[in-house]
Write a protein that binds this ligand. Structure first.
Ligand code: DGY
Length: 328
């Protein structure tokens, strides 16, 4: 007799190819109409599933995890960020948590570079002018932006995505600076010609562009506080493709409104999907709907990672992409 397939409850619609493979391998319950599951539906799923495959919009706090049935052994997240899961609470109950690192890196770095370019060269504003019929011909002084080459980019968080961004930014002639818990290896620092700043305050005060690329943890919540944002130079641009909660969004909106910094490119928001109404009225911002990993290739690779994590656990091994609470 074939061994029992584990019950895998998938909380959101995933790419068809991923869902099909899940149906082949697991006793998979899919969410074909993609209705987000509220706390009650999530609690019910935690009571029945051997594996929950949630994604970054599902809040799995300690109260909810406490309601999981004894059969639940793995939370295999579709996404790299795990700030929506109380990983420590899951671990205390002997539940593995896995994520999908690595496969989002290049696309996220591409989009971050895109936001740097779009903010400095006013791409969205320019496209809007065309659509609004406001292009009346080239002039020497119209739609001027700022040059990238020769400027300084300060990267907050020099993990995989920070490094992939640094490689792209160096090709655009930006000098790479970074703040991180610890310096990168000498080999990488040399390759990227990167300057390490132990003091985030000191780095912020000297950069032309700042990019947020660190995870959201209790330690990075409002890392860019109102006080720190005020350290930015008036011609500086700030870009965030990590998590909205890392920046005090109200303080940032205030600075942008007053023209105290030059502009911002934001793919993530503090109270997502809500966007601070002040930001929506500004011209010096480029706002995107959390789409840095939104390519067909990445979303398929993320699904593949989820499947590998579940399969490895099924086969009695430790899943490869375990998130360890002490390392967060
Ligand atoms: C993630 O996986 O955490 C990303 O934010 C999705 O784009």
């Amino acid at each position: 007799m074939a061994p029992r397939k584990p019950k895998v409850i998938v909380t959101r619609k995933l790419p068809d190819a991923v869902e099909t493979r899940m149906r082949e391998l697991f006793d998979a319950e899919l969410n074909l109409d993609d209705t987000p599951m509220g706390p009650e539906a999530l609690a019910a799923a935690l009571k029945r599933a051997d594996v929950l495959a949630p994604t970054i919009t599902d809040r799995l706090d300690a109260d909810l995890i406490a309601q999981a049935g004894p059969q639940l052994k793995l939370i295999a997240n579709f996404g790299v960020g795990v700030d929506h899961i109380d990983v420590a609470a899951a671990h205390e109950r002997g539940i593995f948590v896995t994520n999908t690192p690595g496969v989002l890196t290049e696309d996220t770095a591409d989009l971050t570079m895109g936001l740097i370019l779009a903010s400095a060269r006013r791409l969205v504003e320019g496209a809007g002018m065309i659509q609004a019929g406001e292009f009346h011909g080239w002039t020497p002084t119209w739609m001027l932006g700022r040059r990238l080459r020769g400027k300084r980019l300060g990267i907050i968080g020099m993990g995989r995505i920070g490094q992939a961004l640094a490689r792209r930014a160096a090709a655009f002639g930006l000098a790479i600076h970074y703040h991180n818990r610890k310096p990168v290896s000498p080999l990488i620092a040399e390759e990227l010609e990167a300057t390490y700043w132990e003091s985030l305050d000191q780095m912020l005060a000297r950069m032309d562009f700042v990019s947020v690329n660190c995870p959201h943890t209790p330690g990075t919540y409002h890392l860019l506080s109102a006080r720190r944002l005020k350290l930015l130079q008036p011609h500086a641009f700030i870009v965030n493709t990590a998590r909205g909660e890392i920046i005090d969004e109200a303080a940032l909106a205030g600075l942008l409104e007053r023209g105290a910094i030059a502009g911002a490119g934001l793919d993530v928001f503090e109270h997502e999907p809500a966007v601070n109404p002040k930001l929506l009225k500004l011209r010096n911002v480029v706002l995107l709907p959390h789409m840095s990993s939104a390519t067909i290739e990445t979303r398929l690779d993320m699904g593949e990672k989820v499947i590998i994590n579940i399969r490895t656990w099924m086969d009695g091994h430790k899943p490869p992409d375990r998130v360890i609470p002490d390392l967060l």
